[in-house]
Design a protein. Structure first.
Length: 225
């Protein structure tokens, strides 16, 4: 073999070695890249999750908060405000509440003279408005109104004033001695002592109540003077 032939064979061998080395590098790169093939899909999944969370946050921020209802017992001392609420309530009673036979039979003709009954009806009216007409109106709220709220109010009205009437208000024996408002809160003279005990000595026995002083109401109930 001539030197030229030997040189040509060496060049061919070098080329083969170079191609083999390149093949090994490509294989190494392929192995390194293979685990990354699913990254694109995972990124897409993550993007969908983030988009869903963003939509949920946006919907939550737009969702109305709790709907406050006016309280008959806490209305301001303004006849115009009181009369407006009573007008709305009477209209709602006619359109909705009295459509139900048990509601019509439970509501006494003297219902306006029973603050607890008016309070029940006011909140029930507003619960109906939220369930049917409010920004958060839903079938679930309407179902709860029918299944739980309205029957509960009817039951309590029946218990509180179901047997009452306008005539009963006029003819009951103590008509001329009727109470002027809410029942006085008992024990208010002990508020200071209880506050001091609970604030600083709640692990000690509570202070004993002062000697009872008969109230006019207690004397009336026991027949005293």
């Amino acid at each position: 073999m001539t030197p030229g032939e030997r040189g040509g064979g060496g060049s061919e061998f070098a080329r083969v070695e170079a191609v083999a080395g390149l093949a090994r590098e490509v294989e190494g790169l392929r192995r390194a890249v293979d685990p990354l093939r699913d990254v694109g899909g995972r990124v897409d999944d993550l993007a969908r999750v983030v988009a869903g969370l963003a939509d949920a946050v946006a919907a939550s921020s737009k969702r109305p908060g709790p709907t406050p209802a006016p309280s008959w017992l806490m209305l301001p001392a303004d006849p115009a405000v009181v009369e407006q609420l009573l007008g709305e309530l009477c209209g709602w009673l006619h359109a909705i509440f009295l459509r139900y036979p048990d509601g019509a039979s439970a509501l006494p003709e003297c219902w306006l003279w029973h603050p607890d009954v008016v309070e029940e009806l006011v909140w029930l009216m507003h619960a109906w408005c939220v369930a049917y007409q409010g920004a958060a109106a839903s079938v679930q709220l309407a179902g709860d109104w029918h299944d739980r709220q309205r029957p509960g109010v009817v039951r309590r009205i029946n218990k509180s004033a179901g047997s009452c009437s306008t005539e009963h208000h006029q003819t009951r024996p103590d008509w001329d001695q009727r109470p002027t408002g809410a029942t006085p809160v008992p024990g208010t003279d002990a508020v200071g002592a209880i506050a001091r005990w609970w604030a600083a000595h709640r692990d000690d026995p509570a202070p004993e109540p002062a000697a009872a002083v008969p109230t006019a109401r207690a004397q009336h109930s026991t027949g005293g003077t």
